[in-house]
Design a protein around this ligand. Structure first.
Ligand code: ATP
Length: 353
């Protein structure tokens, strides 16, 4: 299958400052990608380069088989088949919903335009609001108008710049799920920019995690969580602690923490390893001999997130069912589930299945 969007070794500079460097990415038709990373890592810059607002200083961007950006080539934004949804939705306050959605359809003949807007209204479930003005709509409804307006001209790709950040947390999660379903149902290729990994997990097929303008890892949400390439990725994505352990020839860890899968071993007895421990890598087990003191805990409704102290003082997270009710100061019987645990050596992943 050919890529709908292809970034090949793309760099973008502001004067002497290279904001993003050497980014390669590929999205198939109908796939949802996500640019994720801490503030200032270059997410918006890359999105603006795809939209045509910034030229690339190296590499090229190919959309639907056409080179739209390369050094010396910059197809202007209005000639790219790109739809955009902005953080603040950027709706026209003096136009009603119908006119907002129809804004980019000036080239269509009147009845055709009307039919297209009707389709879009139905698509986002706002058929009853065609005559409403933006200020009469809730945040979630405004968001859907913005989405309908961006999709109306049938773009080759939809760019979503922090589209949920002005909404409250609960609505954000609900809308992320709804928008994903809508895009999937209609086979829309899209790229989302966010610094919120829950949003990225809920929306994306593929996440590009950026750090300091470079790609830290491009992968599925599952692999970013379970097979992080570096300690940076491990710490940025999901909860967890990286702890130092020693391991003997049999693969057993110090302090009775359990044994590592020997199939993937490439360590020597007595060696110190760095282990990524996710909350779900430690299980509550009434029969376990290993009792760890509770240092903190947070009730999360369906479960408890505990923080436990290892004998050497390091802290690890542990997720339990919500009826496991042990106060800080007491101990919890637990078992390390080391089957899938990720092992780092000097910051480089050496194992992890
Ligand atoms: P945030 O999550 O805070 O929006 P971001 O990941 O989107 O951040 P960018 O806005 O792409 O990051 O910025 C990347 C880098 O480029 C930053 O160091 C920023 O200061 C710099 N930068 C962004 N826009 C410009 C500009 N117009 N001129 C010069 N430097 C810029």
């Amino acid at each position: 299958m050919t890529s709908q969007l292809l970034l090949q070794d793309v760099s973008v500079a502001y004067g002497d400052f290279t904001a993003v460097a050497g980014i390669s990415l590929s999205l198939e038709q109908g796939q949802i990608g996500c640019l994720l990373g801490p503030s200032g890592c270059g997410k918006t810059t890359l999105l603006r380069a795809i939209a045509g607002f910034e030229p690339v200083s190296a590499g090229d961007i190919v959309l639907g088989g056409q080179v739209i950006s390369a050094p010396g080539i910059l197809l202007p934004p209005e000639r790219r088949r790109v739809g955009m949804v902005f953080q603040d939705f950027a709706l026209f306050p003096h136009l009603d919903v119908r006119r907002n959605i129809g804004f980019g359809l000036a080239a269509l003949e009147r009845t055709e335009r009307r039919a297209r807007v009707d389709d879009m209204l139905a698509l986002v479930g706002l058929g009853d609001y065609a005559g409403a003005y933006p200020h009469e709509l809730s945040g979630g409804q405004q968001q859907r108008v913005a989405l309908a307006r961006a999709l109306a001209p049938g773009p080759d790709i939809l760019l979503l710049d922090e589209p949920f950040s002005s909404l409250d947390t609960e609505l954000r999660e609900q809308l992320a799920g709804e928008v994903r379903e809508l895009l999937k149902r209609n086979g829309v290729t899209a790229i989302l920019v966010t610094h919120d990994q829950h949003e990225a997990f809920a929306m994306a097929d593929q996440i590009a995690l950026l750090r300091g303008g470079r790609l830290a890892q491009v992968d599925t949400p599952y692999n970013l969580y379970h097979n992080p390439a570096t300690e940076f990725v491990a710490e940025f994505i999901g909860q967890g602690s990286i702890i130092e352990v020693s391991v003997n020839e049999a693969g057993e860890l110090n302090d009775g923490l359990g044994a590592l899968d020997m199939v993937h071993r490439d360590w020597r007895a007595g060696e110190r390893l760095r282990l990524l421990v996710r909350p779900d890598d430690i299980e509550y087990d009434e029969l376990s001999q290993l009792h760890l003191p509770v240092t903190n805990r947070a009730f999360r409704g369906a479960n408890y997130l505990y923080e436990l102290r290892l004998p050497d003082g390091q802290r690890v997270p542990c997720l339990t069912p919500s009826h496991v009710d042990t106060a800080p100061g007491l101990s919890l019987p637990v078992r390390f589930n080391l089957q899938h645990v990720v092992v780092f050596k000097s910051g480089v992943e050496t194992s992890g299945v």
